[in-house]
Design a protein around this ligand. Structure first.
Ligand code: BYC
Length: 316
């Protein structure tokens, strides 16, 4: 094929891709897609899958210390759900041409990112309430939008994940509500957990729009349907009334309902802290990477056994 012909064919692909996006149709793994679209999705989906798996650690920390058998069973189910979320998203990401082992290598070697929030410690039982209510609550806001994103495998994975996140968030809120109806010490513990988690949770939505280098491409391709700041605002608007309902104070003196915009105004977020945590300097980054690396090494025999079993089945 000559050069003009190649260019003409390429342009047809680009036009068909753009037309699908404009019509709100999904892009599927075997469809042609621009290389940059594939790379952006792979970056975002692999980071998301890593976040689910690293996200098991702060809550896993409390499995052996849950205050009752019922709480332990619920937390165990939630942590297992997060492993499942990682699995769906890794599988979705594999459709973009990189296998899971390679993505995991990138995580374990420290090359890949995962959500900043999981680099904060979970110090006591109230933190299980804060993580469930706020972290999973933030995840729902972000992921409900992603369930309508342009890449089919990602969007479909999000539908089931959002259903489960909904249950996670409610169990966290229920822990908080229960503590807020308890003794003064329990109320103080619950409030202290929110004081520590509130601002880091707002950072989960990423830098402000003006400082978000990936947003332009992602919004143009309808991977992101709303900007970082829009989703952050949506989260605040839905969470503040929930806090008020159980007597929790949001640790922000500037928080104020604006009846004209019908949104809450809020104080300044310390984006330098977000940058610092993302670049490896959060309170628990080193611990999380060590825990993941140890878990991977200790689980080698499971992977080997699974491969041996699959080979045996293939021979039969
Ligand atoms: N933490 O251009 P920007 C869960 C990075 S799991 C770390 O705005 P983008 C759960 C960003 O990656 C929740 N890094 O990026 C699990 C980029 O770096 P690179 C995880 C962050 O992609 C278990 C740079 O900063 N959810 O809920 O347009 C238990 C510039 O940012 C963060 C997802 O991953 C951060 N917070 O927007 C409980 C959802 N923010 O890659 C709960 C899918 C930014 O250019 N991801 N960065 O080097 C997204 O929606 C988007 O990727 C983000 C960032 C909104 C996170």
């Amino acid at each position: 094929m000559n050069q003009p012909q190649i260019q003409e064919d390429e342009q047809k692909h680009v036009d068909a891709f753009n037309a699908r996006i404009a019509a709100g149709k999904t892009i599927e793994p075997k469809d042609w897609m621009p290389e940059k679209y594939r790379k952006q999705l792979l970056r975002m989906m692999s980071q998301h899958a890593h976040s689910e798996v690293v996200g098991m650690l702060p809550e896993g920390n409390w499995l052996t210390r849950a205050p009752s058998l019922m709480r332990k069973a619920v937390l165990l189910a939630k942590v297992q759900d997060e492993a499942g979320h990682g699995l769906y998203i890794y599988s979705g990401a594999e459709t973009l041409g990189t296998d899971r082992a390679e993505m995991i290598d990138q995580l374990l070697s420290g090359k890949a990112k995962y959500a900043s929030i999981f680099n904060y410690p979970t110090l006591n039982w109230a933190d299980m309430g804060a993580v469930g209510w706020l972290v999973d609550g933030a995840a729902i806001v972000n992921q409900t939008a992603l369930a309508k994103c342009s890449y089919g495998p990602y969007a479909r994975a999000m539908i089931r994940i959002c259903k489960e996140e909904n249950f996670h968030s409610k169990q966290g809120y229920q822990i908080m509500a229960h503590m807020m109806s308890g003794t003064k010490e329990q109320q103080e513990m619950a409030q202290d957990a929110i004081n520590r988690f509130w601002w880091p949770v707002l950072m989960m939505f990423g830098p402000s729009d003006a400082d978000s280098p990936n947003s332009d491409d992602l919004m143009k391709w309808k991977v992101k349907l709303y900007s970082n700041d829009d989703l952050r605002q949506r989260f605040i608007d839905r969470t503040v009334p929930q806090a008020e309902a159980i007597g929790i104070k949001i640790p922000d003196d500037k928080l104020k309902w604006n009846p004209t915009t019908r949104h809450y105004e809020f104080g300044e977020i310390n984006f330098d802290e977000l940058k610092s945590v993302i670049t490896g300097n959060g309170p628990c980054n080193k611990l999380r990477m060590k825990q993941r690396n140890d878990a991977h090494k200790n689980g080698a025999w499971v992977r080997e056994a699974a491969i041996a079993y699959a080979e045996k089945r293939a021979k039969e």
